[in-house]
Structure formats: C-alpha cells, structure tokens
Design a protein around this ligand. Structure first.
Ligand code: ACM
Length: 534
C-alpha cells in the first residue's frame, strides 16, 4: 500500500503539472483564436501584393471611431460613413466618423490620402495596423475604398452578419501594401434574358465592391427584352420590355432608376458599362418598331433561348437615327468612358452589312463623346483608336483587334463565363463552352492564354453571367458564387503569387461570410468549407 501511495503521489503531481502545462497551452491557443496576432494567416481575397506581420493585435472597442483629417477630400467622409455602415450593425460599437481635427487614439481607424507612392496608383492602398491605430493610406479615395474592404476581411466573419455579435473585433498587426494588376476587373450581367431589378443589381454591386472589382457591364438589350427606358423611342420598353425567357413579365429600368444605379456604383468606385447589343440580338427592338426591320414587318416578341436570328436593317437611315437617339440618351446617363455596342453573333447580317453597321455605330458612339467596346467580332470592322475588344469566343478576332491597335478585355467563355455549369450535376447553367468547376475558373492567366495577347495588350478581365437559365437572383447566386472571388483575384493579384492549393483554403473561410450574407453559393466539393457542409 505504502509503495503504491509513494508511486501515486508523484504521479498525481506529474499529472497536475501536465494539466497546468495543458491549461496554459490551451489558454494560449484560445488566446490565439480570440486575439489573432499573425497577419500572414489571413484569408483575404483577392490576395494582397505584400504583407508584413508585426505579431501583435489591434482591437476595435466601444471607444473606437473612424478619423478623417481636416483638409481631406469630401469623399473620404462618405467612405468613412460606408465603413461605419458596414461595421456598426454587426459590432454594435457605434463607430462615428470624426472630421473635427481630433487625433485618433487607441482602437481608432484613420483614413488618410497622400502616400505620394506612385506604385500604388489610383486604386492601391497601404494598411498600417499597430496595437494602437489602424491607418488606411492611399493616393486616391478609390484606394481608401479598396483598402477598407481588406479591413472588413481581416475582421472575424461575423462582421458580415448584420446583427450584433460578441466579437472580439480584433485584427493582427502589421503592414499590407496592395494594388491591382489590371485596371478593369468586372462582371457582365445579362438583364435581358431575365430581368433583374435595381435592388438585385445593387446587392450584386455590394459583393463586387467587397472583392475590389470595379466594372459592372449591363447587357441591357437582347432578343428577349429591352431593359432601359429610351424617351425618344418609348415602345422599346412599353412593348419590348414586357417579357423575358420563358414568358415571364420582364421589366425595365426607368432612366431615373438607372441613374440611381450609376450613383450607387460610383459610391463603390464601380463604373457601369451599358451595352446595347447590335445589329443582331435585336428582336425586342425589331418587335417594337416595324421600321427597323428589313422588309418593314415587326416580328413577335421572343421568349426562347436561340441566338443569331435577328438583325437591324443596316442599310436604312432610320436605323442610324434609332442608334443615334439610343446612344445619345444612354451616353447622357453614363459618366464612364465606354459604351458597349455588342456586335456578337449577327449570323443573319451579311458580312459587308455587318462591317458597315459597326463602323457607323462607332462613329455615333464617338460623336457622343464615348469610346467603343464590343464583343470580339467587331474586330472585322475598322476599329477606332481607344476601342476595347472583348474576347469571348475567337482568339483570332481578338488578335485582329490588337493588330488594329485595340486593347483586349479577357472574357474567354471556356474559363470566364459564369453561366457555364460547374459539372454535369449543376442545377442551373449551360455547357456549350465548357463545364467550369471552381478550380478551372481560377487556374488560368489572361496574359498567357493566347500567345499573341500579352499583359500590356490587356485592360483586364470580365466574367459574364448570361441568364437564360436563371430567373431569380438567388438562382443567379448559385452560378456567381463561389467563382466570383476567383475572377476578382485573377484581375487583382500578380499571376506568380496565385496558387490554387493556397487559394482554396482562403476561399473555404469565405463560406461562412457568404452564409452570413445569405448568399446562395454552390458548395463545390473541391473546397473544405468552413463551416463544413453536411
Ligand atoms: C456571347 O456570349 N454571345 C458574347
């Protein structure tokens, strides 16, 4: 017995000792979980250009506010209010925007213009996070806006919940220096095959902003519907806007609604590029005005999903009066440089007529002070300086455009089309170009895809969503997410810094953020989602 006690006692001591060590270890781990100190362990998408960890922790508290120094551009106050609007509902910390010259103290955020650092350009930013203050610096307000998206992603996922969570709202300390690879990082949304109202479009813009994207290309007209009010040709929407694929009720944006969307975009440093697709993909317009048709007879409205059967009468001056009126009205609503004239799949327009039409449409766009962008077929015409050719189908068209001095926007259907199914089991989408799983969507480089198209020829990347198969935005979300963050990263992060194996881990942690924002994303089996998908 004695012997037994003699052995048990030291054992107990040993166990107690081990328990103490374990408790300390666990406390340490728990400390790590609640008070992150390693800035390199983030899951920011798109991946920043450079991160230097400092090993401590910054915390937002009830005392925190957002500071803007006197003399800063007015826009910074709006950005500060936007940030407060994102953080307050979930943190409950009541951050206010302070512009009266007081200095930031412990736990505050400072937004400041003026690094004088040319490499950061228009949209780059620097985050300096100390235990005391989190400072976002940039050359331009656009850079501050991109920088605060990084701040959101550095906070715990619950920051996106929109209802008050417990926190703690901590961020590891260090420095992030970041700027985009391409100037044009966008998506295209087809609101013609199915109509999506301003609220859906604005919700989409919130997500684009979150991933630092800066262009929303709206496909405003097609065979199935005309979606923007044109005051000089009212029947385009009265008649041409009243249905959609499958025979639903369609819809259109009034010019006032459209202006609201343009403003909402601008507040997120997003440019809307409006597209009027011509001379093909025009059945809705042809059905609205008989005089636009060769032969003068209006066809019925169309609710199917075939392409390539319609054309404007390219040899009629009425057509050019129509194009001039439409472009004039749209140019007046468009602060951006570009108007997209479509130009794709005009299979029933004779080649000579097609070239004649595109040349005249370009003149009209220029006469209203804008530059032309169009699908890659427009390279068959004589392109004006400053034109952007959107490569979607035929590399030889894009190269023909390059040889005329145009720049290329990369939207190869096989890699960048958000409406392609993920695999044979996908519940929405088409598959005529490819099945595009999340890794296929991520694993390509715009600058090496076509040997003749080099980095310096490319303005950026755009991921189009054609909407033949989706009639609600919830359905659209299944196709958009989780491929969208990958396209954002392709546009922002240098190709040599990207790797699928590392990206898929970061993407996994965005599952929780998307859930908290009620985004109906596709749970790709290639991603180990957090939280796990049953
Ligand atoms: C296109 O997909 N027709 C541009």
């Amino acid at each position: 017995m004695e012997n037994l006690i003699r052995t048990i006692k030291p054992m107990k001591k040993l166990i107690n000792g081990m328990a103490t060590v374990l408790t300390v270890l666990l406390a340490g781990l728990a400390g790590c979980a609640t008070e992150p100190t390693d800035l390199s362990g983030n899951s920011i998408i798109p991946k920043p250009v450079s991160i230097t960890p400092a090993g401590e922790s910054f915390a937002l508290t009830a005392k925190s506010d957002i500071f803007i120094m006197p003399g800063s551009p007015e826009e910074l106050t709006s950005i500060g209010n936007y940030l407060a609007g994102k953080l307050n509902p979930s943190t409950g910390l009541g951050l206010e925007v302070i512009t009266d010259g007081r200095k930031p103290g412990k736990g505050d955020i400072l937004l400041a213009i003026g690094t004088g650092d040319e490499e950061l350009g228009e949209e780059g930013y620097e985050l300096n996070i100390t235990g005391k203050v989190l400072t976002v610096t940039a050359n331009k307000p656009a850079g501050i806006f991109r920088g605060i998206q990084t701040v959101r992603q550095l906070l715990p996922p619950e920051v996106e919940a929109g209802t008050v969570g417990e926190g703690p709202w901590t961020i590891p300390t260090g420095t992030i220096r970041d700027f985009p690879l391409y100037g044009h990082r966008g998506v295209m949304l087809d609101v013609a095959r199915h109509f999506f109202g301003p609220e859906d479009v604005m919700r989409y813009m919130d997500q684009l902003a979150k991933y630092k994207m800066n262009v929303l290309h709206l496909h405003l007209s097609d065979d199935q519907g005309w979606r923007i009010e044109i005051k000089s040709w009212p029947n385009l929407t009265v008649h041409g806007g009243k249905t959609e694929v499958g025979g639903g009720e369609g819809g259109f944006y009034t010019q006032e609604e459209y202006t609201q969307m343009v403003k909402y975009a601008a507040e997120r440093y997003i440019t809307i590029i409006p597209e009027i697709d011509m001379p093909g993909h025009t059945n809705a317009a042809l059905s609205s005005y008989p005089e636009l048709n060769t032969g003068g007879k209006a066809p019925e409205l169309y609710t199917g999903i075939k392409v390539g059967f319609s054309t404007l009468d390219t040899r009629s001056e009425t057509t050019y009066k129509f194009v001039d009126d439409v472009i004039r009205e749209i140019a007046a609503l468009t602060p951006g440089k570009y108007i997209h004239i479509g130009g794709d799949e005009s299979h029933v327009t004779k080649p000579d007529d097609y070239v004649y039409f595109i040349n005249r449409a370009q003149d009209i766009v220029e006469s209203h002070g804008k530059s032309v962008t169009g699908w890659d077929e427009i390279a068959h015409a004589t392109l004006k300086p400053g034109t952007v050719v959107q490569y979607w189908a035929r590399a030889e068209n894009a190269v023909m455009g390059l040889n005329q001095g145009a720049k290329v926007l990369m939207s190869p259907a096989k890699y960048a089309y958000l409406d392609m199914k993920y695999d044979t089991a996908s519940i929405f989408g088409l598959n005529w170009a490819a099945y595009i799983e999340v890794d296929d969507a991520y694993n390509w480089d715009p600058a090496t895809l076509v040997p003749e198209i080099k980095k310096e020829n490319i303005v950026g990347i755009e991921a189009p969503l054609w909407t033949e198969t989706v009639s609600t935005f919830k359905e659209a979300e299944y196709l958009i997410y989780p491929r969208l963050p990958g396209y954002a990263e392709i546009g922002w992060t240098p190709a040599e810094m990207r790797s699928w194996d590392e990206y898929r881990v970061r993407l996994a942690s965005h599952g929780k953020r998307m859930e908290l924002m009620d985004i109906g994303f596709y749970r790709s089996p290639l991603i180990e989602w957090e939280p796990a998908v049953e």
